[in-house]
Design a protein around this ligand. Structure first.
Ligand code: C2E
Ligand code: MG
Ligand code: MG
Length: 701
């Protein structure tokens, strides 16, 4: 029967294999890939039910048609319940059997295909889910009311919410308050329009409770949001809005670096203040605003006083800290609409828009000055600073950016010149005829800060032994463009602007430093002459300061002599006499410089504690061979003798002048004949090269 069945099926094109008995059937099922099994229920040892059990237990993908002589209804029912597809009674009718086989295989292929499809659908869903969850982007869906219906796992990394936590919540819970309005518009649009993709940048708020989030700062995440409306096409042709599918890409890092780049372009990184470029922009705005509303605004120039000293004594790092602290203090005095900017170095500028009167600006300036005067604590050092502030008002001090800046600058230097630590409004009187004066004054101020000054030394010689007995310290300005500038060009301006006070102090310190060095190198004791301006002498603390500096360098007073001009002594009061006495007590000698020039009253010579008269070089020049005398020089020599004062001469250029002065009893001589003023190092070298005994200069007879 088996053979005829096989023959029948083969005729129909099926591939058929035979198994005699349940055991062989099971073995073949294990090995092969069958679509259909014609199974007898009644078999010895292992019957058809057991084969079915095997099929079910191992989920063998094979259909079963029971072919059995078994006529009991219940056995057939059991077989069908066990999963058999159909039942064909034995002996079978060929057509009947072939029809059953055909149907069954048809069914088999259909279910297989379906299963396959289901499987691949599942697979593809799994794959998509995987992709969505592995996506670095935050992917979500919202219902028409804006409630989250799905979010991928990435949301946890980005926003610190687990997907579950967001489901059922309205999208607004993750929107940064700054973006609330625009984002709402963005989401609402979805409903009104049959819209395509939209694309915006928004800030999302992260879950503050989560420590999972790796956003950069401020608990915010900047994303680029793409959203699609999801619609269902209705039978009536309308589209029903189902919700939104969105994808948010984290662009925080990009935004931050973009922000940093533009921040760097417009800010000073040390103080985080706007730089010149941003400041210019603000000035333009201030102009536009002030013109439109016919208002005033103020431009202030602020410059730290003596900042270089801080830098030099404490180092640049501390100087930087000081600048930061100063800028913070200034900011503390300002309104939100004011702009403070660092122009570089220790220069700041400040824009005060919308000011009603000058007094308001003055009040701000005073507030700033007070704030900066309070001591600063920089790395445990207490540092005291002050500012000089120049103020230019629009429109009175200028109607363009350039003129205003220039006016504020001029006003600022005016403050510097008149003692610093203050403020001053620009006035027209400061420019014009005065402008050369101001330019020099400003340059000189900068020169002091930049250490462009130098002290030169000119020898003072004993005309009998030709030995150097002293040096006069003479100031020089090594100008970066103009070269070496002599005192005639700047001392009077420095005196007028009082810049001579810090300048003179600098000369004193520099000279002391040099002399102390020479002494350390074994140079024999020399008398050191310093020129002191009357403006310096007028300072209350002149004497204490002077002596203080000598002590600082460990130098005794008796090697110093100050040279004061007649003008310096004229019209002065009892205070000056006291000061000169105090200096004398400390061993410091006093000489009257340029003696004989234009002053008639000589009574001061009796009143002042003076040691020496230094004949002005214009009289020395008059000594010539022709007349073989010089009235003025003779007269001065007599006067010196009468008053018991030393007489010294400057500007000695010839042997004749030298001989003449020596005969008159001149004890010290200075002039090109012996040598011009030289830089400190050259002077030192010269001193070192001269003999210890014997003359320093030898002239041919
Ligand atoms: P002074 O105190 O009368 O200085 C002497 C000036 O004569 C110096 O000019 C010196 O270089 C110059 N001189 C010296 N020997 C000769 C010579 O043989 N022939 C000629 N023609 N000139 C000679 P310098 O250095 O240009 O100084 C000019 C003035 O500037 C000084 O006159 C002094 O009053 C003032 N000065 C210089 N340094 C200082 C300073 O540190 N402080 C103050 N307050 N004034 C200073
Ligand atoms: Mg002098
Ligand atoms: Mg002189």
């Amino acid at each position: 029967m088996l053979q005829s069945l096989q023959a029948l099926l083969r005729i129909k094109g099926y591939q058929v294999e035979l198994a005699t008995g349940g055991a062989e059937a099971i073995r073949k099922l294990q090995g092969g890939n069958f679509s259909l099994m014609l199974l007898d229920l009644q078999m010895p040892v292992i019957d058809g039910f057991e084969v079915q059990r095997f099929i079910n237990e191992h989920a063998v993908p094979v259909e079963v048609i029971v072919v059995s002589g078994e006529s009991s209804f219940s056995a057939v029912k059991d077989a069908l319940r066990n999963g058999a597809y159909d039942f064909v009674r034995k002996p079978y009718v060929a057509e009947e059997l072939l029809a059953a086989v055909g149907n069954c295989l048809e069914y088999h292929w259909q279910t297989r295909t379906l299963q396959q499809a289901e499987l691949s659908l599942k697979e593809s869903e799994r794959m998509h889910r995987f992709m969505v969850n592995r996506s670095p982007n935050f992917i979500y869906t919202l219902d028409p009311q804006g409630i989250f219906t799905y979010t991928n796992d990435t949301v946890e990394d980005l926003l610190g919410y687990r997907p579950k936590e967001l489901l059922g919540r309205h999208f607004s819970c993750i929107i940064h308050p700054h973006n609330a309005d625009e984002i709402h518009r963005f989401f609402s649009e979805q409903r009104s329009m049959s819209r395509e993709t939209e694309h915006i940048e928004v800030r999302l708020q992260v879950n503050k409770e989560s420590d999972q989030v790796r956003c950069l700062d401020n608990h915010e995440l900047i994303v680029e949001l793409d959203a699609f409306g999801m619609y269902d096409d209705q039978p009536d042709g309308r589209r029903k809005f189902l919700g939104t599918l969105g994808c948010a890409r984290d662009i925080t890092a990009r935004k931050h670096s973009e922000a940093q780049i533009s921040y760097r372009a417009y800010h000073d990184l040390l103080t985080r203040l706007p730089n010149r470029i941003l400041f210019d922009d603000r000035i333009q705005q201030a102009f536009a605003h002030a013109r439109r509303h016919q208002q005033q605004f103020a431009l202030l120039f602020l410059d730290l006083d003596r900042f270089k000293q801080i830098n030099d004594s404490l180092g640049h790092a501390m100087g930087d800290r000081a600048l930061q602290q100063v800028s913070e203090r200034i900011l503390g005095c300002l309104r939100a609409e004011d702009t403070l900017c660092r122009f570089g170095g220790d220069e700041f500028s400040l824009l005060l828009p919308d000011i009603s009167c000058k007094e308001n600006v003055a009040a701000v300036a005073e507030k700033i000055l007070d704030a900066v005067r309070l001591p600063f604590l920089i790395n445990e050092h207490e540092v005291r600073l002050s500012l000089s502030i120049g103020i230019a008002l629009y429109p009175s001090a200028g109607e363009t950016r350039e003129t205003l800046l220039q006016s504020a600058d001029i006003a600022m230097y005016h403050v510097k010149a008149s003692g610093k630590d203050g403020y001053c409004f620009y006035s027209d009187a400061m420019s014009g005829s005065n402008s050369h004066f101001l330019a020099v004054e400003r340059d000189m101020y900068l020169a002091l800060e930049k250490e462009q000054f130098e002290v030169f030394f000119q020898p003072k010689v004993d005309p009998l032994s030709h030995r150097i007995i002293g040096m006069e310290a003479l100031l020089r300005w090594r100008h970066p463009e103009r070269g070496l500038v002599f005192p005639a060009e700047f001392i009077s301006i420095a005196e007028e602007s009082k810049l001579i006070v810090p300048l003179g102090d600098w000369v004193l310190r520099t000279t002391c430093e040099e002399i102390a060095r020479w002494q350390g190198e074994g140079v024999p004791k020399l008398k050191i002459s310093l020129n002191i301006s009357s403006v310096q002498l007028e300072q209350d603390d002149f004497v204490s300061n002077f002596i203080g500096v000598l002590q600082e360098y460990g130098l005794s007073g008796d090697i110093f002599e100050i040279e004061v001009t007649e003008q310096g002594l004229m019209g002065s009061n009892g205070e000056l006499v006291k000061k000169l006495h105090a200096l004398r007590e400390y061993g410091i000698a006093v000489a009257i410089d340029d003696f004989g020039r234009g002053y008639t009253s000589l009574s001061y010579l009796q009143n002042f504690p003076v040691n020496t008269l230094k004949i002005d070089r214009s009289f020395v020049r008059e000594i010539d061979a022709e007349r073989n005398n010089s009235c003025v020089v003779d007269a001065i020599a007599m006067m010196a003798k009468g008053l018991n004062l030393h007489m010294v001469a400057e500007g000695v250029e010839t042997q004749l002048q030298l001989a003449y002065l020596r005969n008159l009893g001149c004890s010290e001589v200075q002039g090109y004949l012996y040598g011009k003023a030289l830089p400190a190092q050259d002077t030192f070298n010269m001193l070192a090269s001269r003999p210890i005994d014997g003359p320093h200069f030898i002239f041919p007879d």
